[in-house]
Design a protein around this ligand. Sequence first.
Ligand code: NAD
Length: 256
Amino acid sequence: MSLHGKTALVTGSTSGIGLGIALALAEAGANLMLNGFGDSEAALAAVRALGGNVAYHPADMSKPTEVEALIHATEAEFGSLDILVNNAGIQHVAAVEEFPVERWDTIIAINLSSAFHTMRLALPGMRARNWGRIINIASAHGLAASAGKSAYVAAKHGLIGLTKSVALETATTGVTCNAICPGWVLTPLVQQQIDARAAADGDIARARHELLAEKQPSLDFVTPRQLGELAVFLCSDAAVQVRGAAWNMDGGWLAQ
Ligand code: NAD
């Protein structure tokens, strides 16, 4: 699978799943635009080590004007934007009647609305070249709920609906739009939830096991690398008829 000559933007790619996907796309030959609030120098170095062309943009994905600057910077740097991975996301756990209103608004802005903005801005170029791959990182929580995660669950269900709409609008073109729905992946986002569970007795191993046992029958984490391989497949010619899918990679979570 060669993505040489293609340019990928992965939002929120300074850590976790986004970085895993960026590395897999770079390994397949794509130019990479990185984004996110983590260690950008380390992420840039990791892509460069694979021999890839790479740049970084610090856009805050909750701000439409910064999203617009990110898309324009990608096209200016590499000449096109061919693969768009909407990955940036945050979590907040609280019962709905205690959910801070500002956190609700921020989660919807980053986890859902940012994908609307990146897609509306990237699609004209993809349509003009008649080739594009849009991959929205939803979640098992895009297809099933958990208590305490109302904003995240609403945003991820919304992201899957948005994915289907864009897949239909592009169905007769060379542009595909799909969602990936990971189960538990051991990233900073999930480590925070493990730490919160372990707060009472400090037993991280027990907290990890309980987190997995509640939802993920394999009792093992999905890895950013595995998700990166799935993203590379969705960019391939073999995947051209995969359109509007919500593809779970979740250790059996959604089979229950
Ligand atoms: P992470 O915290 O490691 O990565 C999130 C990335 O988004 C980071 O690079 C962070 O800097 C960036 N980010 C956060 N707010 C941003 C903003 N306003 N603007 C730009 N970048 C911002 O978490 P992760 O687990 O790798 O999550 C990545 C995606 O995968 C998220 O959309 C998350 O909902 C989804 N997901 C994660 C899991 C899991 O188990 N970890 C499961 C399903 C889905």
